[in-house]
Design a protein around this ligand. Structure first.
Ligand code: HEM
Length: 491
């Protein structure tokens, strides 16, 4: 405790109405700017976003205090204009405030994901079947010497896994409904929660706003697709079969409606149609963009580091061989690939500021006092690039996650939280890790990735939105020796 007793964290200069906006003008994305500002204000400081007080945390001890030690106190989420449009006023999990409704929906989704979960064969089958389709497309492109923008291919692959989990259905290449999904997802990523001015100054909504208009259009396309799936599920719902997440939610809704004496009645836990749709929409949103973006960063770094690619391929050749495809049970024997995935998640966290948390009562972080209602942003970028914790943090080095012998995995610093932690930890962590492992191992067993001759290497800078994405570029997927004439051998 400081000699002057508990006090608020240092605050950036702030003016009435506009808050600290003048100190936040920068050509850098917010997570980079927030990291730079710690040199002047310390690792934990505050600023004003319009009339809201926001604490920025750039170090792991304070981050863990917020997420783990005082997880419940900091489990709130702020309401913002853009997330309210996306989630019908917070009727989802990710942007929904801490409440019995949120807890209940999280439990159902968790249960439904476990139904397909780790150890169960079905999720592995779903992912491998999508990996097979993806590899077929790469073989077809290679056969005619075509370089591909992998972004829509990876998005469809990951979308199909989530579609199977949520709706027990999937999309073929060129399906018009899938093309619509692609367009609305990108529109949402480009407009939601990216330090949008209307989120800081909600009264700006009365003026025409191109971003907000685009977001509303995209949300309305998403909603009509979700409604269609919901209506189809209601029509052929049966109490005896649970095909997917939609069925799990429908069953919970019906049993709460039929059993109002239970401590969970349909109204008390928010099982309205809106809540149901927004929860599924959330899993879709949170499950597709994040995993796809990590895959895109992985490909981008592998292209920049051909030696890392070769190391993974040698590991695959010696531990899996060519007569069969990688499976989840190979995870333990492919530490270099696992270390590479960890390093991608460290160097380019897709949610570099997590999702903002809110203090639900007066509390403290370290020696600093925190008032109820204060927003707290954990700057994962600072944690993952902290020079005191990571040697040469901008260097892409999977070896830092391996023991000295290179045979086992380690977490070399406590300053590593790619999926957050505690009560709001990512709901899809296990699923995402299975997808990253299987998709990357299938691709690298069969192909070497590079950029077409004459093209320059893709930028590692990234584009900031609700997730932090790499820019678009084309990739040559060259079949490895022994795989040249196979469209999809050993799939
Ligand atoms: C590599 C891929 C992924 C990464 C890096 C990632 C990361 C994160 C992070 C950092 C958070 C915020 C934690 C916080 O606010 O403290 C989060 C929340 C969340 N994630 Fe993920 N995620 C990924 C994939 C997924 C998948 C596949 C799903 C769904 C199946 C999912 C569902 C969610 C949900 C529902 C939340 C909100 C949890 C809550 O607020 O209670 N995520 N994720």
């Amino acid at each position: 405790m400081s000699s002057h007793g508990p006090q608020a964290p240092p605050c950036l200069p702030s003016l009435p109405i506009i808050g600290s906006l003048l100190s936040l003008r920068s050509s850098h994305p917010p997570h980079v700017l927030f990291k730079e500002l710690q040199e002047k204000y310390g690792q934990t400081y505050s600023l004003m976003m319009g009339s809201h007080s926001v604490i920025i945390i750039n170090q792991h001890a304070h981050a863990k205090e917020v997420l783990l030690k005082k997880g419940k106190t900091f489990a709130g989420r702020p309401r913002t204009v853009t997330t309210d449009v996306l989630t019908r006023d917070g009727k989802d999990i990710a942007f929904g405030d801490y409440s019995p409704t949120w807890r209940f929906h999280r439990k159902i989704v968790h249960g439904a994901l476990c139904m397909f979960g780790e150890g169960s064969a079905s999720i592995e089958k779903i992912i491998c079947s999508e990996a097979q389709s993806l590899c077929s497309i790469l073989f077809e492109a290679a056969a005619v010497g075509l370089a591909l923008d992998l972004s829509p291919e990876l998005t469809r692959t990951v979308t199909n896994v989530i579609c199977c989990l949520c709706f027990n259905s999937s999309y073929r290449r060129g399906d018009p409904e899938f093309e619509a999904t692609l367009r609305y997802s990108q529109g949402i990523v480009d407009t939601v929660a990216k330090d949008s001015l209307v989120d800081i100054f909600p009264w700006l909504q009365i003026f025409p706003n191109a971003d907000l208009r685009l977001l509303k259009q995209c949300v309305s396309i998403r909603d009509s697709l979700l409604q269609k799936k919901y209506d189809e599920h209601k029509e052929d719902y049966s109490d005896h079969v649970q095909r997917d997440l939609m069925d799990a939610l429908l069953r919970a809704k019906r049993s709460a409606e039929n059993n109002n004496t239970a401590e969970i009645s349909a109204e008390s836990v928010g099982l309205s149609d809106d809540h149901l749709l927004m929860t599924v929409g959330d899993i879709f949103g949170a499950g597709v963009e994040t995993t796809t973006t990590v895959l895109k960063w992985a490909v981008t770094y592998l292209i920049h580091h051909p030696q890392v690619q070769r190391n993974i391929q040698e590991e695959l050749d010696s531990k899996v061989g060519r007569d069969r495809s990688p499976q989840l049970s190979d995870r333990g024997s492919l530490p270099y690939l696992e270390a590479t995935i960890r390093e991608v998640l460290r160097i380019r966290p897709v949610a570099p500021l997590l999702i903002p948390h809110v203090a639900l009562s007066d509390t403290s972080i370290g020696d600093f006092t925190v008032r109820k209602g204060t927003r707290v942003i954990i700057n994962l970028w600072s944690l993952h690039h902290d020079e005191k914790e990571w040697k040469n943090p901008e260097l892409f080095d999977p070896g830092r996650f391996l023991n000295i012998e290179g045979t086992g995995l380690v977490i070399p610093s406590p300053s590593y939280l790619p999926f957050g932690a505690g009560i709001r930890v990512c709901l899809g962590e296990a699923l995402a890790k299975m997808e990253l492992f299987l998709f990357l191992s299938w691709i690298l067993q069969r192909f070497t990735l590079s950029i077409p001759p004459g093209n320059s290497l893709p930028s590692l800078e990234g584009k900031f939105g609700v997730v932090f994405q790499p820019v678009k570029y084309k990739v040559n997927a060259t079949p490895r020796p022994g795989w040249e004439r196979n469209k999809c051998q050993a799939c």
